[in-house]
Write a protein that binds this ligand. Structure first.
Ligand code: MOS
Length: 729
C-alpha cells in the first residue's frame, strides 16, 4: 500500500503524536562506517566480476575533427578485443535530472580531453598500452576558449529588473560598484568515476559511481539505445560526487556499449586526468555587483550581473544570482546571467551551483558596503533582512537568518572585534576576523521508498544513493522513529534501480525528499498496524518494539507472525513553491592570519551557524557543514582549475596541481544549528543542509583578510601574489 503526499501546504496530518523515541535528531553512527573504514565496502571499480575486460578511454589532444589512422593496427594488438569509435560515446557527463543521453559522438572533439575512443583489452595494461599507441589526428579548428573574448548570449529568462537601479545608485548615500571573479573549479571527488557493465540475461547491469540513479538509468538507456526497463544500475557506495556524478558519465556509457558489443563484462575507470577533463567543471564567473544604500546601510538598490561559460549546445549555465533574488530587500534591482560559448570542458553543477560562488562574491561586496557605511557587518545584514520575498512578495516558509547571525556572532565572540583593519599584529602576521551570510534555495523533488516490517526488524529500500552524506544513517533513524525501533533493528538498502525510485543525491534535496518518502512508508505501516490491532491510528504509540494503545502493550513480533507489513511512501512537490519562498540561511565567521611579507593566509578558526529546519542527525549534518566550510577555504585561498590560453585545456588536472585544502589548511571548525522547524518542508519539517555550508564561507575568510591586513582581494582565489598586490604599503 502506498501513502502519497503532495507538498502544497503546511499540513501536519502525516506527523504522529509519539515522535519522541529519541532516534531522529540524535547522533547515531553511520551503519556503513565500519565497512568503509575496514575496506569491505566495494566501490564501482572494485566489484569482482568473472571474465572481466578492461576499457581505457582515449582523450582528444586538440579541438576539431578526429581521425585515428592506425585504428586497425591497434585492434590487432595483443589482448585488444575492441576499439570503439562509436558515435554513441558521450562528450560529457549528463547534467543533473536529465532523462536523455547527453551530447554524443566521437568524430569531433569540442574540447581538449574529450573521450573519442574506448580501447578494450583482456588486461588493463594491454588496454592502456594500446590506448597510448592509438594515433589521434585532429584537424584543428578555430575555437574560442576565453569567455571574455566572445559575445555572450543574454537569455531573456535569466534577466530580471525591478525599479531603477541606475537612479538608486546615483542617489545613494553609500555605494559599492565592483567586479569579482572566480575561476573554474572541479568537483574533485576522491573516488574516480568508474563503471563495470555486464549483460544479465537481456538486462544491461551497470555498477557505477553515480548520484541519481533513476535519472541515470534513463540517460544510460537513451545513450545506448535500450528501453529503461532493460537497464539496471547499482551504486551502493559512492566516494563523493559534489555534482560531477549527477548525470551519466563517459565511463558508464563506454563500458555499457563495450559489454553489449563483446558480450562480456567490461570495466572502465577514469584516469584522474579524465576526472578533471571529462566531467563537468564549475564555470568561471565574472560578477559585476552594485549596491546602493542609505546612510543607515539600508539597501535601496542591488545589482548582480554575471558572465559564465559553457560549451555550445550545453543547456546548463551556472545560476550565479540565484541567492541574490531573495537574500536582501532593495526596491531597485537588476540581476542577470550571460553565457559565453567557449570550448573549455563543459560546465555543470558543482556543490551548491549558483550560491556557492554567487553568495560568496555578493557577501564580499556587502563587507565593502559595511566598511564604507561605517556599520558593523553583522548589523548591516540584520538591517537588510527582507520581510517577504523581495521580488515575488511571497512569504518565507521560515526564515532564521537573524538567529543564525546573532547566535553565530555570540558563539564566535564577534563583539571582541575591532572594525578598523590592521589593528593586530603578531610578528609578520596580521590577525583579523570577518563574517558573511549564507543563503541557499531549498527544494523537494519526487521520491519513493519502501519499508518492510518483519519480525526481526525493518528493511528500508530505495534507489537513493549515499555519496558520503549519511543517507544510510538517517533513513534508518526515520524508520526507527516512526516504527518505535532502535536503529540497529532497521537495515537500509540503497543504490539499486530495482528498488523504488528515490530522489537521488543532488541539490541538497536528498535527505528531505527521499527521507520524506521513508517517513510516509513508515506512516503507512502504522496505519496497517492499527488496522491489525483494531485501534485508531491516532491512539497508537510505537515504542521499543511494542505497539501501545488503550493500556495494551503488544510486541511487534506477535503482530507480525502472520507475515511482514509493507509500506510504500511517495512524495511529490506540490504547489508549495508557488505559495511560499523556501530557503536555508546561515552565517559564517572566520579568523585569519595574513603574512605581511609573503601574502600567505592561514585560517585560524571558523564558525558556521545554520538554519535548515529539523536536523535529522547532528553528526552527519555537521559533517556536511564541515565539508562545505572546507570548500570555502579552498574557494577563498587555493582552488583554481587553470585553463591553457591557447586551447582551453585544464592544466592542473590532478590532485597535486588542483589545490583542495588538506588537513594542514583546516583549522578547528565549529558548527551550530539554529533550532527551526519548517512546516512547508513536509511532515519531517527538515530542509537541505548539504550545500549551505559552502555558500558564503569563502567570503567570511576574505573579509577577515581585509580586517586583518587591509587587502581587498576581488579575484579568487586569494593566492599570496594577489594578497601582496592588494596589501596597503
Ligand atoms: Mo549537487 S552540485 O546537485 O551534487
Amino acid at each position: 500500500m502506498t501513502l502519497d503526499l503532495k507538498i502544497d501546504n503546511p499540513d501536519p496530518s502525516h506527523r504522529p503524536d509519539d515522535l519522541a523515541q529519541g532516534v531522529l535528531g540524535t547522533e547515531t553512527d553511520r551503519p556503513d562506517g565500519w565497512a568503509k573504514v575496514a575496506g569491505s565496502a566495494t566501490y564501482a571499480a572494485e566489484e569482482t566480476v568473472g571474465d572481466l575486460l578492461h576499457g581505457v578511454l582515449v582523450r582528444a589532444p586538440g579541438i576539431g575533427a578526429v581521425t585515428c589512422p592506425n585504428l586497425s593496427d591497434v585492434r590487432a594488438m595483443p589482448g585488444v578485443r575492441a576499439v570503439l569509435r562509436d558515435d554513441r560515446l558521450i562528450r560529457n557527463a549528463a547534467q543533473g535530472m536529465a532523462d536523455e543521453a547527453p551530447v554524443q559522438g566521437a568524430d569531433a572533439a569540442d574540447y581538449v580531453g574529450q573521450p573519442i575512443a574506448l580501447v578494450v583489452a583482456e588486461s588493463f595494461e594491454q588496454a592502456r598500452h594500446a590506448a597510448q599507441v592509438l594515433d589521434v589526428v585532429i584537424q584543428t579548428k578555430d575555437a574560442p576558449t576565453d569567455p571574455s573574448a566572445v559575445d555572450p548570449e543574454v537569455p531573456d529568462d535569466k534577466q530580471s529588473a525591478m525599479g531603477d537601479l541606475d537612479a538608486a545608485m546615483a542617489e545613494a548615500a553609500v555605494t559599492v560598484d565592483a567586479i569579482y571573479t572566480t575561476p573554474s573549479m572541479s568537483s574533485a571527488a576522491m573516488e574516480p568515476h568508474a563503471a563495470t557493465a555486464q549483460w544479465d540475461g537481456d538486462t544491461l547491469t551497470l555498477r557505477g559511481s553515480l548520484q541519481m540513479l533513476k535519472f541515470n538509468r534513463n540517460e544510460l538507456a537513451d545513450s545506448i539505445g535500450l528501453p529503461p526497463e532493460k537497464v539496471r544500475i547499482m551504486a551502493p557506495f559512492v566516494g563523493g560526487g559534489f555534482g560531477s556524478k549527477l548525470g551519466i558519465s563517459a565511463d558508464c556509457v563506454a563500458a555499457a556499449l563495450a559489454a553489449m558489443e563483446l558480450g562480456q563484462p567490461v570495466r572502465v575507470v577514469q584516469h584522474r586526468r579524465n576526472v578533471f577533463e571529462v566531467n563537468t567543471r564549475r564555470s568561471e564567473t565574472r560578477q559585476h555587483i552594485r549596491l546602493a544604500a542609505d546612510a543607515d546601510g539600508r539597501l535601496t538598490g542591488l545589482g548582480h550581473d554575471a558572465l559564465v561559460s559553457n560549451l555550445p549546445e550545453e543547456r546548463f549555465s551556472e545560476p550565479v544570482v540565484q541567492g541574490s533574488h531573495f537574500a536582501y530587500a532593495a526596491a531597485n534591482r537588476k540581476l542577470g546571467v550571460q553565457i559565453a560559448r567557449i570550448h573549455r570542458p563543459a560546465s555543470g553543477s558543482v556543490r551548491a551551483p549558483g550560491e556557492s560562488v554567487g553568495v560568496t562574491a555578493f557577501e564580499l561586496a556587502m563587507d565593502e558596503l559595511a566598511d564604507k557605511a561605517g556599520i558593523d557587518p553583522v548589523e548591516l545584514r540584520l538591517r537588510n533582512i527582507p520581510e517577504k520575498d523581495p521580488e515575488s512578495g511571497k512569504p518565507f516558509s521560515s526564515h532564521r537568518l537573524k538567529e543564525a547571525l546573532t547566535q553565530g556572532a555570540e558563539a564566535f565572540g564577534w563583539s571582541a572585534r575591532t572594525a578598523a583593519p590592521r589593528q593586530r599584529k603578531e610578528g609578520e602576521w596580521w590577525i583579523g576576523t570577518g563574517m558573511a551570510a549564507a543563503f541557499r534555495v531549498n527544494m523537494v523533488i519526487e521520491a519513493e521508498a519502501r519499508i518492510s516490517l518483519r519480525q526481526d526488524g525493518a528493511v528500508v529500500r530505495s534507489d537513493m544513493t549515499d555519496i558520503g552524506t549519511g543517507s544510510y544513517a538517517i533513513f534508518g533513524q526515520i524508520a526507527g522513529e516512526l516504527l518505535g525501533l532502535s536503529p540497529d533493528r532497521v537495515s537500509v538498502e540503497l543504490g539499486d534501480t530495482d528498488y523504488p525510485p528515490g530522489s537521488g543525491s543532488g541539490g541538497s534535496f536528498g535527505a528531505a525528499s527521499t527521507g520524506t518518502a521513508v517517513w510516509l512508508a513508515g506512516m503507512e505501516i502504522r496505519r496497517q498496524l492499527a488496522e491489525r490491532l483494531g485501534c485508531d491510528e491516532t491512539e497508537l504509540t510505537l515504542k521499543d518494539g511494542l505497539a501501545i494503545f488503550s493500556n495494551r502493550r503488544v510486541p511487534l513480533e506477535e503482530l507480525l507472525c502472520d507475515g511482514p507489513i509493507d509500506g510504500h511512501g511517495h512524495v511529490q512537490p506540490g504547489d508549495a513553491s508557488e505559495k511560499v519562498r523556501q530557503a536555508t540561511f546561515g552565517a559564517h565567521f572566520a579568523e585569519v592570519a595574513v603574512n605581511g611579507v609573503t601574502g600567505e593566509v592561514r585560517v585560524r578558526r571558523m564558525l558556521g551557524s545554520f538554519a535548515a529546519g529539523r536536523i535529522l542527525n547532528p553528526r552527519t549534518a555537521r559533517s556536511q557543514c564541515h565539508g562545505g566550510m572546507i570548500w570555502g577555504i579552498g574557494m577563498a585561498l587555493t582552488e583554481e582549475l587553470t585553463h591553457d590560453r591557447r586551447d582551453g585545456h585544464a592544466v592542473n588536472r590532478d590532485l597535486a596541481g588542483y589545490h583542495l585544502p588538506v588537513n594542514a589548511d583546516v583549522p578547528p571548525l565549529d558548527v551550530l544549528f539554529v533550532e527551526e522547524r519548517d512546516d512547508w518542508a513536509g511532515p519531517m519539517q527538515a530542509k537541505g543542509i548539504g550545500e549551505l555550508g559552502i555558500c558564503g564561507a569563502g567570503a567570511a575568510i576574505l573579509n577577515a583578510v581585509y580586517n586583518a591586513s587591509g587587502a581587498r582581494v576581488r579575484d579568487l582565489p586569494a593566492t599570496p601574489d594577489r594578497v601582496i598586490a592588494t596589501l596597503p604599503d
